[in-house]
Design a protein. Structure first.
Length: 358
């Protein structure tokens, strides 16, 4: 579990940085905005905050405030120093003007990319409105609410606890079942960050519900958020059967990756983790989706393992050793024998383990 958390920690840190650019750009078409290259000072942020406290900002001022919050964490800290500023944002989010709602939510989403203190403050004051808007038919607003949930969850343990106390995960699960493909990446983003941050606080029943929702949605996209969400879910044995659907796709992806020298290490690590977790207690029939897939010869499987165990990234070798070990210890003697045959084709495992684990 610690290895998967380490890989996810890296991925989530990258996600949070990328969100600084994405969160405004993705909504500019809806707002009729144009991209502006400008630097915003803390003095500007204070001025905008004081205006916002008195009344809703116009579209241009809101846009500039959003950009200021993206540009600098100092600007986030400056904004939060203005008394009752979060109440002003809550006023606009809960109002009847959809443009102001979207602008205010974008600001909260950007604040949630700040430090732990900023995330906790937003969660305390804004989360009820953000969660309520998860039922919104306004797609741009729903999308930003989901990003905000993801940012809050990964930015502060306390923020996660506040969201979880309000049954936020149930909204995410419902959206996973019901959303269209345009919203799906945002739902996955929220789910990944939420599950990662609060895994130990989430019940097995809730994890299975989310895994079933992923199955219902036939979640197969080969991107980091999707595969690491499935990898996280696979670390709870109760979710395994719900994730059988993804195995053929993962096996194909790994064999295809062999021809590219396993270049996409983030996705490969997630796929290996899913296989290691799901196959460890699966039936022989399920395990053979990987080991005796009619698309691939026994030699193909041997070559796949050899390539993975010689990978230059240590964590890919670790994931592969973990997978091999789980299959070697499988209850089926046939699976055990197949793995022994594969191991006999590989370089000495003692040397690989020593160079990987040392």
């Amino acid at each position: 579990m610690e290895i998967i958390r380490e890989r996810l920690r890296e991925a989530i840190n990258i996600d949070r940085k990328e969100q600084r650019a994405i969160v405004v750009n993705k909504n500019r078409p809806a707002l009729g905005e144009c991209i502006e290259n400008a630097s915003y000072s803390s003095v500007f942020v204070t001025e905008m905050a004081k205006k916002l406290k008195k009344k809703t900002l116009n579209v241009n001022d809101y846009r500039r405030l959003q950009n200021a919050l993206i540009q600098s964490e100092l600007n986030i800290e400056t904004l939060l120093k203005v008394d009752n500023i979060l109440f002003a944002l809550a006023r606009d989010i809960s109002g009847n003007n959809p443009i102001s709602q979207l602008n205010a939510t974008n600001c909260c989403c950007n604040i949630a990319l700040g430090n732990t203190k900023a995330c906790t403050a937003v969660a305390k004051h804004i989360s009820p409105y953000i969660i309520t808007e998860c039922e919104s038919l306004n797609r741009p607003l729903l999308e930003v609410c989901l990003w905000t949930i993801g940012n809050l969850s990964s930015g502060s343990k306390k923020a996660f606890e506040i969201l979880h106390a309000q049954k936020c995960l149930q909204y995410i699960i419902i959206l996973m079942h019901e959303c269209d493909n345009n919203i799906l990446p945002s739902v996955i983003y929220a789910a990944l960050h939420y599950i990662y941050s609060g895994f130990s606080s989430i019940t097995e029943t809730e994890l299975v519900e989310l895994a079933e929702a992923c199955k219902n949605k036939n979640l197969l996209e080969k991107n980091s958020d999707t595969l690491w969400l499935l990898a996280l879910l696979s670390s709870n044995i109760a979710c395994s059967k719900s994730l059988y659907y993804v195995l053929p796709s993962i096996v194909d992806f790994l064999h295809q990756s062999a021809s590219n020298n396993f270049s996409n290490t983030t996705l490969i690590a997630a796929c290996l983790r899913i296989l290691a977790n799901v196959l460890s207690n699966a039936s022989e029939e399920i395990v053979n989706i990987f080991l005796k897939n009619p698309k691939y010869s026994h030699l193909d499987v041997q070559i796949l393992f050899r390539g993975l165990l010689s990978h230059y990234h240590k964590y890919i070798r670790k994931e592969t050793i973990w997978l091999l070990g789980n299959l070697y210890n499988h209850a089926s003697s046939n699976i055990n024998q197949t793995i022994q045959d594969i191991i006999s084709f590989l370089p000495p495992l003692e040397e690989i383990i020593a160079s990987t684990m040392g």
